[in-house]
Design a protein around this ligand. Structure first.
Ligand code: BES
Ligand code: ZN
Ligand code: ZN
Length: 498
């Protein structure tokens, strides 16, 4: 694990293997960002010409390295693009720059970051970006290649300021939670069965001071969790429902977080193509986010009660799998006709959402890799949020923006609801293809207990990066939604959950 510490050392005097500074576009001219002035003084004015000759850019996502030949105590200077000078201090710009730099310096042991950190918010962003950018998943590799940066020193003039130190500690907890969610998504689905996931979640809960409970197949049957059982019945690895509770002494709000935890989604008998299955170990990313974010919220001591559910099952075709046309009884008693066994996420979520209604919460937020349709609508890096309450939905959008995640509101058009009418049961699990993500949201809405505010985050796109790494985002599991869920609890703690 990469460690991070604060220092108020002058950047040119910091003894590290590589020093990172920002460069900005100052009216068409390459210039050091705040934090780089001492470097410019120590290296001499010509350093900017040298950087330009080396092809250094100010574009975010770019890094240029150059030897310092004794001008700094660090033997290597790495300059990272921060874009236009006017917006270089934007927290997400800084988070991405720190991640880009630390990722580009993999193989280097100690790194100093002299980025424009001027307050607690920017310190947290830089610390998060660095710790997220240093992530590597090597659990199955015999030859692990370059090691991630081991030690990061964050230079900040106000390093002794209590608020700055507190925000760096928050960054450590949040980054650890994101990286845990990434690990779980990256684990092979033959290792991360529902049972194995429940064991990992329980262990994390224990370490984080959460109370935890796991319903196994027998308990699920006894209590009537028909959706979780129906999805899991085709697999030799039986389903689980994990329930975790963070109960602070004087909670100012009480939220339920519900995560989709399909440890592998083959589609079931409505089987996917082999290509469509390739990334489907990521189908438990919602549950991973909910569990690891709740652990972080507890470790941060946020005064918000959280009841978290991970609805875990493996969706497989077999002689015991559910069939298209099967009807099951969901938790709470409603009947569902399953017309497509690949629309399984909504079935496990519906049971958990109904159950969350028994907890007396102020709001329910579910998180799921639910539909390809939302990826078609918003692209691979943006999640969609729907809900039955405009203010709660806007709070999710605002919390995500504050945390540096891209979440965009989507509607629940009333006229699409009738697509889910079933001739034989209370509701069908699919309608037609138009607005598929919204129909999934409308299905879930039917199960939201009366009087409850509810938001639904569909992060089928951002949960898994199939392309090249970028900024602080690695290939594979991204840990999407963890930061949004923590930020939402922070907003609730400050009474800002409108
Ligand atoms: N797990 C998938 C959704 C998904 C797609 C997640 C792409 C991540 C990336 C989900 O269970 C699913 O298969 N949904 C179907 C629903 C359809 C059958 C109504 C889909 O989106 O095609
Ligand atoms: Zn599916
Ligand atoms: Zn799925």
């Amino acid at each position: 694990m990469t460690t991070i510490s604060l220092s108020s050392s002058r950047p040119d005097r910091l003894k590290v293997d590589a020093l990172v500074v920002g460069v900005v576009d100052d009216g068409g001219r390459l210039a050091f960002a705040a934090g780089g002035d001492a470097v410019e003084a120590a290296m001499g004015r010509d350093v900017l010409n040298a950087l330009t000759a080396l092809g250094a850019e100010t574009r975010p996502g770019t890094v240029t390295k150059l030897p310092t030949a004794g001008a700094l105590r660090a033997p290597v200077l790495a300059v990272v693009g921060l874009g236009e000078a006017a917006t270089a201090g934007d927290p997400e710009r800084l988070r991405r720059a720190a991640g880009t730099a630390v990722r580009a310096l993999a193989g280097v042991h100690t790194v100093g970051l002299a980025l424009p950190v001027r307050d607690a918010t920017s310190a947290r962003a830089v610390a998060e970006g660095a710790l997220l950018g240093a992530y590597a998943f090597n659990a199955y590799k015999s030859d692990t290649g370059k090691s991630p940066v081991a030690e990061v020193t964050l230079l900040a003039a106000r390093s002794r300021d209590k608020a700055v130190a507190t925000s760096v500690e928050a960054a450590r907890q949040v980054a650890a939670a994101v990286n845990t969610a990434r690990d779980w998504v990256n684990m092979a689905p033959n290792d991360l069965t529902p049972e194995a996931f429940a064991t990992l979640a329980s262990a994390l809960a224990k370490e984080s001071g959460l109370s935890h409970e796991v319903l196994d197949e027998a308990a699920l049957r006894k209590d009537g969790y028909g959706g979780i059982l129906a999805v899991g019945q085709g697999s030799t690895h039986p389903p689980r429902l994990v329930r975790l509770v963070h109960r602070p002494r004087k909670p100012v709000a009480k939220l339920a977080y519900v995560g989709k935890g399909i440890t592998f989604d083959s589609g079931g008998l409505s089987i996917k193509t082999s290509e469509g299955m390739l990334t489907m170990k990521c189908d438990m990313a919602g549950a991973a986010a909910v569990v690891s974010a709740t652990a972080a919220i507890a470790r941060l001591g946020l005064p918000v009660e959280i009841v978290a559910y991970a609805a875990l099952a493996e969706n497989m075709p077999s002689g015991t799998a559910q069939r298209p046309s099967d009807v099951y009884r969901a938790y709470g008693g409603r009947t569902v006709e399953v017309l497509n066994t690949d629309a399984e996420g909504r079935l496990v979520l519906a049971d958990a959402i109904v159950r969350a209604g028994e907890d007396g919460v102020d709001a329910i937020i579910d998180v799921a890799t639910l539909t390809g349709a939302v990826v078609v609508a918003l692209g691979p890096r943006v999640a969609g949020v729907m809900g039955n309450d405009d203010a709660l939905r806007e709070s999710v959008v605002a919390s995500a923006a504050r945390a540096g995640e891209q979440v965009w509101p989507l509607p629940l058009p009333e006229e699409l609801r009738e697509k889910l009418d079933s001739p034989v049961a209370d509701i069908a699990n699919v309608g037609d293809r138009w607005g598929g993500g919204l129909q999934a949201g409308l299905f879930l809405r039917e199960f939201v207990p009366p009087g409850h505010r509810w938001a639904h985050l569909d992060m089928a796109g951002p949960s898994f990066n199939s392309e090249a790494p970028h900024d602080y985002t690695p290939k594979g599991g991204t840990g999407a939604a963890v930061r949004t869920l923590v930020a939402l609890a922070e907003a609730a703690a400050e009474g800002r959950l409108t």
